[in-house]
Design a protein around this ligand. Sequence first.
Ligand code: SF4
Length: 421
Amino acid sequence: MGSGLLYPMDIEPILAEALAGANISAADGVTLLQQRDPEALAAIRQTADALRLRQVGETVTYVVNRNINFTNICEQHCNFCAFRRDAEAEGSYWLDFAPILEKAAEAAAVGATEICMQGGLNPAAQIDGSSLRYYLKLAETIKGCYPSLHLHAFSPQEVQFIARQDGLSYRDVLLALRDGGVDSLPGTAAEVLDDAVRRVLCPEKINSATWLEIVGQAHNIGLPTTSTILSGHIETPVQQIAHLEKLRQLQRQSIEAGRKAAITEFIVLPFVGQEAPGPLRRRVGRDQPVLADALLLMAVARIYLGNWIVNHQPSWVKLGLAGATEALTWGCNDIGGTLMEEHITTMAGAQGGTCMTVDELRGAIASLNRPDRQRDTLYGLVPSSGTASGGAVLSGETTVSSTSTGNTAPARQSRSQSLIA
Ligand code: SF4
């Protein structure tokens, strides 16, 4: 294979196959996830890192973005969610359009290129009896004033919610959102694409098939999406690989069918249980993610998905910046966004913080002696005039170039950190 790497005998053929450019089988993916021997883990990490270098190069990217979670009022009761509230409960909130615009203005002022907007499923969020009109007003609020900000908004669960509320098809909702200014969809609400797991985690949410259907339809009409997995709770290695397999197949279909868009990135979101509802927290038995498990999953995800989804991002919110930095040596090539305000995972007890400065992200990348580059949501380069250094968030010089990122993937990517709806 010419890599010069030595592997423990049992997984050597699998890693050799991956390095030869093949799509490894689901059974082999499970075998990789079951490894515990330090030598085997080191070989998996080396392979993921070698594939990362080949598929996207040495540069680590980041995006300057802002999260806006417009409400935490939600009709559902996901068993991992510490964010949701009933409408009358203490701590519930529902932002008016003016503060949403203010947040977008603050983001634009410091050079953000993206607004990531998601919220709880609030049945009262309607205009003239229509949920869709409300969501379109959200989009218009931002895009009307800041048309160049990329609006990365509304998960497949939110699309289904709007369709259900208004009696519309998913396609009609997606077309309306696209035409109303939504530029891409977060691939959240995927959790684990296994209906047995979903019945425990999020019994009221859309099932796996609906998630895949909505994402496929989004691609059909030209809306790129991200992809995620909520890991480290009750799911097994077999279920993790089945999730990756569904994403790989979906991406393959979108690309081979010549759909107008595709999945742009994959993000591992390790479960944070500290403030999650008691039953699931007790069943999982720990409050914070196990970094080693997340790193192994990220490496195996690179090996399993990398031919089809080349951009892989860890979650600094869930793993902390040190953990996310380590993930950059386990197959990841992007460190995510500044976020400016992260509430959802922080309310679940995550210790990674609620925002990052560009300096902090670049410093983490520099600690690995790797080059950094600011990207936009779809992994295009951000021209130097598109950023404003020196602000509260953009506290450092941004590295900008007009040259290629070296991204050879069939699809470009974007980001999302939120774990809601
Ligand atoms: S994860 Fe989303 S849909 Fe589930 S309860 Fe929380 S806000 Fe609601």
